[in-house]
Design a protein around this ligand. Structure first.
Ligand SMILES: NC(=O)c1ccc[n+]([C@@H]2O[C@H](COP(=O)([O-])OP(=O)(O)OC[C@H]3O[C@@H](n4cnc5c(N)ncnc54)[C@H](OP(=O)(O)O)[C@@H]3O)[C@@H](O)[C@H]2O)c1
Length: 270
């Protein structure tokens, strides 16, 4: 797995990490045992950068549980998502409990109440409990505000949606992130799974084999990661075999313009 510098955050992260929305919002021994297998596969494949949030129900708790005894083998990106400062502080206490006193990348989820939360996260960073600060938004309607936060000089990374069908960030956000040397984490690489419902013929993927791509999910991940402004992407999955398949897309060689356009054409046809 290629390891990349997450902009000026100082973190070194794998090109493919993992999200936990829905897939880790689970209860019960059977489901937790499955989540542990998924985490085992992610660690063994080097996809050891995990994104979570208090917004994802049980996900932070379950992720923390599956990491008992091996917290240092992974990096945790989680978020604060609260309408008041006091609720934000309460969330941070729980997150720090789940992740053994350290959050590698602490992000403001959907920019909710970001001014107050930024102060909180800066204080936690001063105490060594947070290594880097980020902000996320899933909607292009909020990209103007996201740009303001990026330009504040107080965050080191952004988490944004980017995939073959959702490319608004190409206009302003990716160029600004590159200019400011911000780390870029790409959420929703498969559009929440929608882009995997229909797939090209196997024969149509043959031209991508020299790039180590043999499946459609790998083509979609490599399309993202071949833009040098995108440092890591965090596909979510509940299946160990999908973790391994996805992680394999985190290795060079990377697509050039021609291959990226080819993948776009395949996606348009579906
Ligand atoms: N900050 C924000 O506002 C925000 C918003 C949305 C998401 N996020 C973050 O971004 C992460 C990723 O986004 P997402 O969860 O919405 O969607 P996604 O990663 O684009 O897609 C997830 C879906 O793809 C399927 N999948 C994954 N790998 C596969 C493979 N190799 N073959 C077939 N199916 C595969 C999964 O099903 P299986 O379980 O069957 O593999 C799952 O249903 C989230 O988990 C979360 O951490 C952040």
């Amino acid at each position: 797995m290629e390891i990349r510098k997450l902009g000026k955050s100082g973190l070194l992260v794998p090109a493919v990490g993992m999200g936990t929305w829905r897939t880790f919002d689970i209860r019960g021994n059977g489901a937790t045992a499955n989540a542990r297998l998924v985490v085992d596969s992610a660690i063994s494949a080097g996809a050891s950068f995990f994104d979570s949030s208090p917004m994802y129900g049980e996900a932070e708790r379950v992720l923390g549980l599956t990491l008992k005894g091996r917290r240092n083998a992974v990096q945790i990106a989680t978020k604060v998502w609260a309408d008041t400062a006091s609720r934000g502080w309460a969330q941070s206490k729980l997150s720090l409990l789940y992740f053994e006193g350290r959050i590698d990348l602490y992000q403001i989820h959907n920019l909710l109440n970001w001014k107050e939360h930024l102060e909180m996260i800066e204080r936690l960073k001063d105490k060594g409990k947070v290594l880097a600060i980020g902000a996320t938004h899933y909607s292009s309607h909020s990209f103007l505000e996201l740009r303001r936060v990026m330009e504040s000089g107080r965050i080191a990374a952004v988490q944004i949606p980017y995939n073959v069908e959702q490319r608004e960030v190409e206009k302003d956000i990716l160029p600004l992130a590159a200019e400011l040397d911000l780390g870029v984490v790409i959420m929703r690489p498969f559009g929440g799974g929608n882009h995997l419902r229909r797939r090209p013929e196997e024969s149509e993927l043959v031209p991508l084999a020299p790039f180590g791509v043999t499946t459609w999910p790998q083509a979609l991940l490599k399309w993202i990661l071949s833009d040098p402004r995108c440092h890591t992407t965090i596909p979510a999955t509940s299946k160990s075999q999908h973790v391994l398949e996805n992680a394999a897309a985190g290795n060079p060689p990377w697509f050039g313009d021609e291959e990226r356009k080819y993948v776009q054409r395949l996606a348009e046809k579906l």
